[in-house]
Design a protein around this ligand. Structure first.
Ligand code: HEM
Length: 573
């Protein structure tokens, strides 16, 4: 019962050799998870600090940013949150992180937590054990150089459309200096770009940028999509069904199809219709790929590098090592899910940080100028330039260090096991949650001094003589002389067996988009009500800390920026 269970776990925490926090809500309660950000202010307002423990159950760990309490209120690098339902071990020590991610049979994903992601089929994100191995074996290889080059092409197209819409007025004319449109809702646009890039690179479709100017929002309604309805049987053109699925993913994941299909709300019925159309289109695409393969087409040689094509090809192997059509669709769905919001929010954070740190933006622009100086007239940016974007990569890694879109890596123990921390053996009972705290690890002064909370991309830029320590991780092998942090100290892309499959994908996308946006323009904060630049920066940096988890960690407020012609900046030179 609740009281005995609570008492037993609190006693367990008290005798553990590491610190512990007493929790009073059931550990696996879905309603606590859902409503914790709303309940937190109520608990925090209780007298005599009675509700302080609630901070440890807030799903997004947001108190670490908001209350400027970090790291004072942290209980240490490794500590227990204990209460009814069991214990949750929180880790922000690099060495312990490594132990967890490299012992994949001891620290597993709790698949029940991911069941909602199986709406189209089992996939590499939601599975464990031998099923996960089979999925990873087939879904890993498609993230290759050919795909990276496709990602580059897709991003080039999107970023040009994006830049035009940031620098043209509502009539589609180039804005005059000082009259550039205000980008009110930056994340909306970065998410459209990343959704289009992933759909393009996963399925080889060419989505168009939806508007000629962000000042003319109505234009979005008139979007023309490149892939039109394929047969009479579909209600929606492909891209519309795809966008609808991705934009309404939370509803689709929470409500079963039967409820949506029979809902009295037209909106819900149309979401389900779009979802069914998406599935039919995906089956059609898979059949197209299969028949090409049967007719002797070798996608390895002449394919475009799109993820679906490679998966279909990789799935023609021996029995037991293939994916069913449902599983292929399931994987494409989670690629889009895992890749679109994470990348979109990272780009948003980085663009705002660049607006706040003009000296960093200048370094980025000098790098871009250097790349263009080497080109002949009429030459374009090419995939080969990606490796030259060291400073942009440093900006990405530093953004991810401070504002990772995924804040925690959740693991679970099926059997009793142990971890070693500073020569201490930590006993971990079966059925414990083990959470790798990405935010605290990546702000831990043990690894990130000096100024671990400060945005300093130059910490990643090493001289040519740099030799990485043996126990270090190279976060972007395509770039020379970037800092290799100690293994387990940078885990924004996870690490070990279940490391992010789309790391390079996201990196190519990020660098290409920034290189296009900042070639001729500078991003600036919009100063409001006569505020001084320093005031605007201070206000913005405070807003940057105001985040909550949706699918990925998101800013709670909109930060306005503007893209002005280089040379006409208004921030201090
Ligand atoms: C800035 C962008 C990104 C970040 C920060 C990021 C971060 C992560 C993290 C932290 C995980 C581990 C999650 C967990 O185990 O709970 C993960 C896994 C994964 N990511 Fe990413 N990701 C990014 C972009 C992408 C992209 C663009 C794709 C695909 C196109 C992608 C595909 C995946 C997949 C398939 C997994 C599951 C791997 C497995 O479990 O074996 N990610 N990512």
């Amino acid at each position: 019962n609740y009281f005995l269970d609570t008492k037993q776990w609190h006693q367990f925490g008290a005798i553990s050799p590491i610190p512990s926090a007493k929790i009073y809500t059931p550990r696996d309660s879905m309603s606590t998870w859902l409503f914790s950000p709303l309940l937190y202010p109520i608990f925090r307002a209780l007298p005599f600090n009675l509700g302080q423990w609630f901070r440890y159950v807030v799903r997004d760990n947001s108190w670490k940013w908001k209350e400027e309490a970090w790291p004072k209120e942290m209980l240490g690098d490794v500590w227990w949150a204990v209460g009814p339902g069991g214990g949750q071990l929180w880790i922000s020590d690099a060495g312990v992180n490594v132990q967890v991610v490299t012992r994949r049979n001891d620290f597993v994903k709790k698949v029940a937590d991911y069941a909602a992601l199986n709406i189209y089929g089992l996939n590499v994100v939601s599975s464990e054990g031998i099923i996960w191995q089979r999925h990873r074996k087939i879904t890993g290889p498609p993230f290759n150089e050919k795909n990276s080059s496709l990602v580059f092409e897709q991003t080039l197209r999107q970023s040009k459309g994006m830049l035009a819409s940031f620098t043209q007025d509502a009539d589609g004319k180039k804005s005059k200096p000082g009259q550039e449109p205000v980008v009110e809702d930056l994340v909306r646009w970065t998410m459209i770009a990343t959704l289009n890039v992933i759909s393009g690179s996963a399925l080889n479709i060419k989505a168009l940028w939806p508007t000629h100017s962000v000042a003319d929002i109505s234009a979005q309604e008139e979007v023309e999509y490149s892939r039109e309805t394929k047969s009479e049987s579909h209600g929606l053109p492909f891209q519309r069904s795809f966008d609808s699925v991705m934009n309404n993913v939370r509803t689709l994941v929470v409500f079963p199809p039967i409820i949506l299909r029979n809902s009295p709300l037209k909106l819900m019925r149309s979401m389900q219709q779009a979802s069914e159309d998406f599935k039919t289109y995906m089956h059609e695409l898979i059949h197209e790929h299969k028949s090409k393969l049967e007719s002797g087409f070798d996608s390895n040689v002449s394919g475009t590098g799109d993820l679906l094509g490679s998966i279909v090809r990789g799935s023609t192997g021996s029995k037991g090592e293939t994916l069913s059509e449902e599983e292929m669709i399931g994987n494409i769905f989670v690629f889009v899910l895992a890749g679109h919001e994470t990348s979109g929010t990272t780009l948003q954070s980085a663009i705002i940080l660049l607006a706040c740190f003009p000296e960093v933006q200048r370094m980025v622009q000098e790098e871009i100028d250097g790349i263009w100086r080497e080109k002949k007239e009429c030459e374009e940016l090419v995939y080969g330039d990606y490796g030259k974007m060291r400073v942009i990569m440093a900006v990405m890694l530093e953004t991810l260090r401070l504002y990772p879109p995924v804040v925690m890596l959740p693991k679970f123990t099926v059997e009793h096991t142990t971890l070693t921390y500073n020569d201490i053996t930590i006993e971990i009972p079966a059925d414990s949650r083990v959470s790798l705290d990405i935010v605290s690890t990546q702000r831990n002064p043990k690894y990130w001094n000096p100024n671990p909370h400060q945005f300093t991309p130059s910490r990643w830029l090493m001289p040519p003589s740099y030799v990485a320590l043996p126990e270090a991780n190279n976060e972007s092998p395509a770039h020379a002389n970037l800092l290799c942090p100690p293994k387990g100290a940078f885990i924004a892309f996870a690490s070990g067996f279940r490391g992010c499959l789309g790391r390079k994908f996201a990196q190519v996308e990020f660098c290409t988009l920034i290189a296009v946006l900042l070639k001729e323009c500078t991003v600036e904060l919009v100063q409001e009500g006569g505020e001084k630049w320093e005031e605007a920066k201070k206000k913005t940096m405070k807003m940057m800390d105001n985040r909550t988890t949706a699918l990925a960690m998101r800013l709670n407020c909109k930060i306005k920026v503007r893209f002005v012609k280089r040379g006409s900046e208004s921030f201090p030179k």
